[in-house]
Design a protein around this ligand. Sequence first.
Ligand code: NAG
Ligand code: NAG
Ligand code: NAG
Ligand code: NAG
Ligand code: NAG
Ligand code: NAG
Length: 382
Amino acid sequence: MLYLALRMVCCALLCWIPVRASGCPLRCACSEAAHTVKCVSKDLRSVPSGIPGYTRNLFITGNQISRIGPESFKGLDNITTLSLSNNRITEVESQTFSGLRSLRTLDLSSNQLSVIHPEAFTVPGNTLRELNLSRVLHNHSAVMDLTNSLRWSTLGQLRTLDLSGNRLIYLPPNTFSYLGSLRRLVLTNNSLVAIHNGTFSGLSSLMQLDLTLNTLRTIQEEGLAELDSLPAGTRLLLGENPWTCICGMEPFAAWLNSSRGRVEDAEVLVCAFPPDMRNTILLRLAAAGPTGTDGDKVALGCLVVGEGADLALQTSYVFLGIVLGFVGLVFLFVLYLNRRGIKKRINGLREACREVWEGYHYRYELDSDPRLSQVSCTTADI
Ligand SMILES: *[C@@H]1O[C@H](CO)[C@@H](O)[C@H](O)[C@H]1NC(C)=O
Ligand SMILES: *[C@@H]1O[C@H](CO)[C@@H](O)[C@H](O)[C@H]1NC(C)=O
Ligand SMILES: *[C@@H]1O[C@H](CO)[C@@H](O)[C@H](O)[C@H]1NC(C)=O
Ligand SMILES: *[C@@H]1O[C@H](CO)[C@@H](O)[C@H](O)[C@H]1NC(C)=O
Ligand SMILES: *[C@@H]1O[C@H](CO)[C@@H](O)[C@H](O)[C@H]1NC(C)=O
Ligand SMILES: *[C@@H]1O[C@H](CO)[C@@H](O)[C@H](O)[C@H]1NC(C)=O
């Protein structure tokens, strides 16, 4: 009997103590020693309440959370690392993280954001250093929201920004203008087709720019100037783009040759198109140069393609001339076949003209001088 009572007390203590001591929310695992709380793949629909104040690392990943706002993280001012990756977050409200005064790393990757408020990522004291927005945008329409939030969220101390896998087609100019401390910008696995003047302006501390796995076919001189305007030490990654080795890409090839030191993967960039140039190393084209000698010309494809283009232009002019000549001949022939009818019609027309002209002339004479008409009337009277 005593034994049983003892056991019950023990059990009650055991059951009670952890709840009091750690105060761990349901379906989460808490470690006070590691200052870490994990709520991983637990079907949670919102950020659980009762997360202990000692928490520095909070992982609420692989759940069904759809909305987060300032009330989600009340009283958690010790959090330095927050991951909400792999949820269903569609909206990040203004000042959502403004209670997290120690936040350094924020991972929102793999969500479906369609509404991002301008001050969504604001953290007091500019403590945020790393922001992971990989595979986070619902579709390209959210880009303007994203741009605005990067502008207004006071991210002046941000060091790393991951925007990979967002199907970005176009980056508005000055998107990164307010990220003056950014060291690493990850734009891999998007659909960027061009770099424009202003695309990367303001990135005065950049050290690495990752543009791999995009849809760049070449980089125009405007884009090359933009890349050249990045800080001198910036390393670039340009691999796995569909580089298209046709005439017109020589400036890019030459730039690549002279930027070997900055383009980390310069040696392995290859042509994807046209088919006969597939897997040709881009630097080899640069080595040939547009005025390269003998075999080199063929390697670059430029001179050959250029002549071909001229020839094609000439051919098209000749063809146009022939077609116009033929149309003219047909026209003349039709005229010839119809010559009688046309003659008749022209005569008819001439008659009609003459009648009209005479009628007009007559009326004009009558109307032009009332005295004249009077005179004619009076003479008639006489
Ligand atoms: C944050 O951590 C400090 C020191 O570990 C502690 O004194 C403080 O109570 C914690 N904050 C909260 C809200 O628990
Ligand atoms: C961002 O998150 C993705 C997926 O969770 C991960 O693969 C990637 O390494 C992260 N980026 C950075 C810069 O840590
Ligand atoms: C993006 O998604 C929203 C909401 O689903 C939709 O209204 C909008 O038309 C989509 N935009 C594009 C470019 O697909
Ligand atoms: C690229 O991003 C898409 C989503 O936009 C994702 O499905 C795909 O797995 C990513 N590919 C790589 C190689 O990361
Ligand atoms: C880029 O734009 C700035 C002004 O926004 C202008 O001063 C500069 O000349 C432009 N550069 C090029 C290469 O067009
Ligand atoms: C390629 O760069 C090297 C120096 O890095 C230079 O000597 C050579 O002339 C360049 N070739 C072309 C075609 O620009």
